[in-house]
Design a binder for this molecule. Structure first.
Ligand SMILES: Nc1ncnc2c1ncn2[C@@H]1O[C@H](COP(=O)(O)OP(=O)(O)OP(=O)(O)O)[C@@H](O)[C@H]1O
Ligand SMILES: [Mg+2]
Length: 340
């Protein structure tokens, strides 16, 4: 399938800022540098994403983890250029392969969406019409596919049985079936090279969650997809991701290979998240929770995590740390240790 995108418009003019992320390696599918998103709301600006930088390689699963409101979905929407008009998006680089996503016009964006980058949205039910039979909705996405081709597509995501029930409505299917359906539409219908999956397993029970995670990894293996996998669950991130970025108050505070993130977390927020994992505790032990909230963190002059951080000092309260390389990780903390 042709995944070239017609160029349109002028590149967005933004001044480069300091970042630990260097130039994107050759073959990179997605390259994000210094991504900033501000929502101009009636109650004032909401700075949802700040200085986010990462790359995605073919066959790689990159995780984005962080608490509710940390900016994970906004990053995905910015990549898809799906943010509402109240959003101001800036980046020094926002590229799919060699295509500058910020300078694309509507027609070019339609080519990119689905054909180059597929999105599994956070809430499956809001992506499907509740009052339209599935057959008709699939036609909106796929056109008039012969029944055997449609069955073959459904079969690839373990939904062969659904092919016999296409006159049913979305509410007549289970959450796991709908999630598989949306993964099929995003990953298989137009064969993109990148899949953005926004909390695809959050509402599912443990067994179905494991099946959907397996499906995402199978598709990655079979199609060589690059996947950005969003979750607030570190356990899920550990199971599926090669590398991951931890988001806090719109920033990526730590990005590292997943084994490194779990074995040697460098940012105090990552360390606190890991200490709060229920699986680390035996019965009767008290789980350590992270005290306080992220509310108001964006109005602080220094590190947004400083009010909740046990190691914060005057430097942290006065000056926001820039991202810097520590071992194989990139960390935004004045006190992240350099390993011996
Ligand atoms: N359309 C919008 N208009 C105004 N503010 C928004 C909009 N979308 C998101 N925000 C704000 O941007 C911030 C980041 O939201 P986002 O949905 O990206 O977080 P998230 O990490 O995906 O959270 P969750 O885990 O709950 O899905 C929040 O403060 C949110 O209120
Ligand atoms: Mg979200």
């Amino acid at each position: 399938m042709d995944r070239t995108v017609p160029a349109a418009g002028a590149p967005a003019a933004t001044a480069p800022r300091h970042t630990a992320a260097g130039p994107a390696p050759t073959g990179t599918l997605l390259s994000v540098r210094d991504l900033d998103v501000v929502f101009d709301t009636a109650r004032g600006p909401v700075h949802a994403v700040r200085d986010v930088s990462f790359d995605l390689a073919p066959g790689e699963v990159f995780g984005l983890v962080g608490e509710s409101g940390s900016g994970k979905s906004t990053v995905l929407s910015a990549i898809m250029r799906l943010l509402p008009s109240i959003a101001r998006t800036r980046a020094t680089t926002l590229r799919y392969r060699d295509t500058d996503l910020l300078s694309l016009d509507r027609a070019a964006l339609r080519t990119v969406r689905g054909t180059c980058i597929g999105l599994v949205p956070q809430r499956p039910m809001t992506s499907l019409s509740p009052v339209t039979p599935l057959r008709k909705q699939l036609r909106w996405f796929l056109g008039d596919l012969p029944h055997d081709e449609l069955t073959a597509l459904l079969d690839q995501v373990g939904l062969r049985a659904v092919a016999e029930r296409l006159d049913a409505y979305p509410f007549e299917f289970s959450g796991g079936q709908l999630q598989r359906l949306l993964i099929m539409l995003a990953a298989l219908a137009r064969r993109p090279a990148v899949l953005l999956a926004d909390e695809p397993t959050t509402t599912l029970d443990a067994t179905v969650q494991a099946q959907v995670l397996r499906l995402v990894l199978d598709l990655r293996d079979r199609l060589g997809l690059g996947v950005v996998f969003v979750s607030h669950d570190l356990g899920v991130i550990a199971q599926v991701c090669d590398r991951a970025g931890v988001m806090y108050a719109g920033r990526l505070v730590e990005t590292a290979p997943v084994t490194e993130l779990f074995d040697r977390p460098r940012h105090p927020y990552t360390q606190a998240l890991l200490r709060a994992l229920p699986s680390r505790y035996t019965r009767g032990q008290r789980i350590e929770v992270i005290k306080g909230t992220a509310a108001g963190a964006n109005r602080l002059p220094g590190c947004p995590f400083a009010p909740r951080c046990p190691s914060a000092d005057d430097l942290c309260r006065d000056t926001e740390p820039e991202p810097r390389a520590v071992g194989t990780a990139t960390v935004r903390c004045h006190h992240a240790e350099v390993p011996a």
